[in-house]
Design a protein around this ligand. Structure first.
Ligand SMILES: Nc1ncnc2c1ncn2[C@@H]1O[C@H](COP(=O)(O)OP(=O)(O)OP(=O)(O)O)[C@@H](O)[C@H]1O
Ligand SMILES: [Mg+2]
Length: 342
């Protein structure tokens, strides 16, 4: 690998388009997703249900299945395409080893009929070619790393014998078994109660620091993002509408959708009389609206917004925004921000 490629972003998703060709018609699940992740960085991908978060993570990991297909765009890992015709061997080497996935639901992603130990050692023996004894030692180390006490005993247990939080830790241990550089965590805490959720987030944060991991954290919970992420990418109807440094984006959202999301998020530092959900519903992706997909719900949309989709435009401070109205003289962002801050 050239020095330039080594210094570039770890992962780039460029104009990714994914479609599902179903009997009911074509669903444009991803309509040009562009984002990047640097080494050692945690990027939050946030958006409402059905906005294309999981489809993006599945595309990165090569898990889009029929009737779905990647129809355009590229996914580039360390400067080299994972989708190129001659890149199949490279993609196989990278996925599952350098890039690992933590699933949403630990109960369905762990096999109920095998012990935790067998499931972790299986991965270690397959990918790292460790012998039985070495794999078992390493599995215990991994459970210890993710904060599971008495790891040797735990290895002999079945998934149902562990609590929900323990199962999620075990899954994270499995994802870490091949020493990945990027962890893709799709809603890693949704199935857990609030206290356990906080512990798992803390664990991810500490692993990120101790191991120098990059994390792509997928969630619809902005509170989770605020706790853990360096940068945020906001996705709406299969497109990224805004990206920026987390603290900056929270303090000064530029896209009307981001403003709406922030207003509908409970915050512990601000007492609000009630939560305001964004008016309207996300568009039907079998018939996405023309122009900016958010125009049907946007309080400041004009005719221009219905005619043509805005592209993601770089702004000062590493921010990118796809909105015709952002930062125009008539832009009501500051007033809206003041209201959002209460
Ligand atoms: N296998 C599939 N067949 C048909 N459509 C699909 C399939 N998988 C995803 N889609 C569609 O792609 C779009 C994006 O789905 P995706 O699962 O990425 O949403 P999400 O942002 O992860 O939502 P959630 O927060 O609910 O997990 C949705 O409209 C969904 O219906
Ligand atoms: Mg999802």
């Amino acid at each position: 690998m050239s020095a330039a490629a080594a210094e570039g972003p770890l992962l780039q998703v460029k104009g990714l388009q994914v479609r599902y060709f179903t009997e009911r018609g074509t669903i444009e699940a991803s309509r040009g997703v562009t984002l990047h992740l640097d080494r050692g960085e945690t990027l939050g991908l946030v958006g409402e249900s059905g906005s294309g978060k999981s489809v993006t993570s599945q595309a990165i990991l090569g898990l889009i299945r029929e009737p779905g297909r990647i129809v355009a765009g590229d996914i580039v890992w360390k400067g080299r395409s994972l989708l190129a015709a001659d890149g199949a061997a490279y993609a196989r080497r990278v996925r599952g080893k350098e890039i690992a996935l933590v699933f949403q639901d630990p109960m369905t992603s762990l096999n109920p009929v095998f012990t935790i130990g067998l499931q972790i050692t299986e991965v270690l023996r397959h990918h790292l070619k460790l012998g039985r004894r070495a794999a078992s030692d390493r599995a215990a180390e991994l459970l210890d790393l993710v904060g599971i006490s008495a790891p040797r005993q735990r290895l002999a247990q079945y998934p149902h014998e562990l609590s929900g939080g323990m199962r999620q830790r075990a899954l994270i241990a499995m994802a870490l078994s091949c020493e990945p550089e990027l962890l893709v965590a799709d809603e890693p805490t949704t199935a857990l109660d609030v206290t356990i959720q906080a512990q798992i987030l803390e664990l991810l944060g500490s692993l990120q620091q101790r191991l120098g991991l990059s994390i792509l954290l997928i969630t619809h919970d902005l509170g989770v993002v605020a706790a853990l992420c360096h940068r945020v990418a906001v996705i709406y109807a299969g497109r990224i509408v805004e990206t920026g440094r987390a603290a900056d984006l929270f303090a000064r959202p530029a896209h009307p959708y981001t403003m709406g999301l922030l207003r509908s998020t409970p915050r512990i530092d601000v007492v609000r009389p009630r939560l305001v959900a964004i008016d309207g519903t996300p568009p039907d992706l079998s018939h996405p609206p023309a122009g900016c997909a958010f125009h049907t719900r946007c309080p400041i949309a004009t005719d221009a917004c219905m005619a043509e989709a805005p592209s993601l435009v770089p702004q000062a401070g590493g921010r990118t925004v796809a909105c015709w109205r952002a930062f125009t003289p008539a832009w009501p962002g500051e007033a809206a921000n003041r209201r959002a801050r209460g």
